[in-house]
Design a protein around this ligand. Structure first.
Ligand SMILES: *Cc1c(COP(=O)(O)O)cnc(C)c1O
Length: 366
């Protein structure tokens, strides 16, 4: 049996007719940017996430860049200030910080949850700390009461990187509505994915929303009047229309992912493998199903030989990357351990029972 890590063709195929219909509608409308499709998606997404505003932008990295940049424009954060961020995140979270000439302060994750270890945050706060960026990595909620309390006590902005966790809950509230602002990616492989690049900022802060909206549109909120040094970072009408269709099925698709995860967790009993430690299925939308083992590369090769495609999230931590050469000598043992041991099993709402069982049996026979 051949099982892809994630078949985007199958995922798109499920909604093929509706997607073709809306794409044709946009094509025939003659209006391709900053129109009614954006307005409609933004309103629906705000209602879904539980914020006052959504601003559609070009991609998830830009969403995070614009949030920090807007705080700089508003005088809340200044270049050179520090932003606390988990050391084991995808590079985009950190690029958004350095792109704004801010200083990332890397914090180790908890080895059981893979999320920022909130017991290590306070020791890292200095006079220059202005924000904490939490990342709901692998689709699991990274927010804790303690993170919220620290932000209040030290007057820090809480920014969520919600690229991997659309639809995830914390005590009934959606990730993306838990902090001051959140960046969302709709990269095709994300839980809510466009058919190309797309992203959004959600917030209930009206001033911030206005600045983000301007920055992503040349720094302009009125045609031919430019207030900020912005860029062109807009969300296409075609992508907004596709996202509005797929948003209607997001909860259903996330539930299918949870079903796959439950089957993996109940079925995999190989003592060499550490499964995700799931306390509560409401605060995890399983963007990724991460397992850990000392023999990661060997397991990956064995699974590949048996037709099962896996990925590593991620092979090299940000502090070991060439683009951050100044950190290459730093040591983050927990982050490094996760990068050495993590393997992501196939995860998709489209996996069949037979495919899931085949993955379980093959992993158990290793
Ligand atoms: C995908 C991703 C991003 C960036 O999104 P793009 O749309 O690819 O720019 C940011 N942060 C995390 C954690 C991601 O997984």
């Amino acid at each position: 049996m051949d099982i892809p890590f994630l078949s985007l063709k199958d995922i798109t195929g499920k909604y093929s007719e509706e997607i073709h219909n809306v794409v044709n509608r946009v094509i025939d409308s003659g209006w391709y940017l900053q129109g009614s499709e954006n307005t409609a998606f933004e309103a629906n997404y705000s209602r879904y996430i539980g914020t006052q505003y959504t601003i559609g932008v070009a991609n998830g990295l830009d969403a995070l860049i614009w949030i920090l940049r807007a705080y700089i424009e508003l005088g809340v954060i200044s270049p050179g200030d520090e932003v606390i961020v988990p050391a084991n995140t995808y590079i985009a979270s950190i690029l958004a910080i350095t792109e704004n000439r801010l200083v990332p302060v890397l914090i180790e994750p908890d080895i059981n949850t893979y999320q920022i270890d909130d017991s290590r945050i306070e020791a890292a706060i200095t006079k220059k700390t202005k924000a904490i960026m939490i990342v709901h990595l692998y689709g699991r909620c990274a927010y804790t009461e303690k993170v919220g309390q620290i932000c209040k006590n030290y007057n820090l902005k809480l920014i969520e990187d919600n690229a991997q966790a659309h639809g995830c809950l914390f005590n009934g509230r959606k990730t993306g509505s838990l902090g001051d602002a959140a960046g969302h990616s709709f990269y095709p492989g994300k839980n809510l994915g466009a058919l190309g690049d797309a992203g959004a900022v959600t917030t209930s802060d009206k001033k911030l929303a206005n600045v983000v909206h301007s920055l992503a549109n040349y720094g302009s909120s009125k045609k031919y009047v430019f207030q900020y040094l912005g860029r062109n970072s807009r969300l296409d009408e075609i992508q907004a229309a596709i996202l509005a269709i797929k948003l209607q099925y997001l909860d259903e698709d996330n539930n299918l992912r949870k079903t796959v995860a439950k089957k993996y967790i109940n079925g995999i009993n190989n003592s060499k493998i550490i499964l995700p430690n799931v306390m509560d299925y409401s605060n995890n939308v399983f963007h990724i199903f991460p397992i850990r083992t000392k023999g990661r590369d060997e397991l990956q090769e064995y699974l590949a030989k048996n037709g099962i495609q896996t990925l590593i999230h991620y092979p090299i931590p940000p502090h070991k990357q060439q683009c951050y050469i100044e950190w290459n000598d730093k040591s983050f043992p927990i982050t490094e351990q996760i990068h050495d041991e993590e393997l992501s099993l196939p995860m998709s709402p489209m996996l069949t029972d037979n495919q899931i069982q085949y993955v379980i049996d093959t992993v158990n026979q290793w």
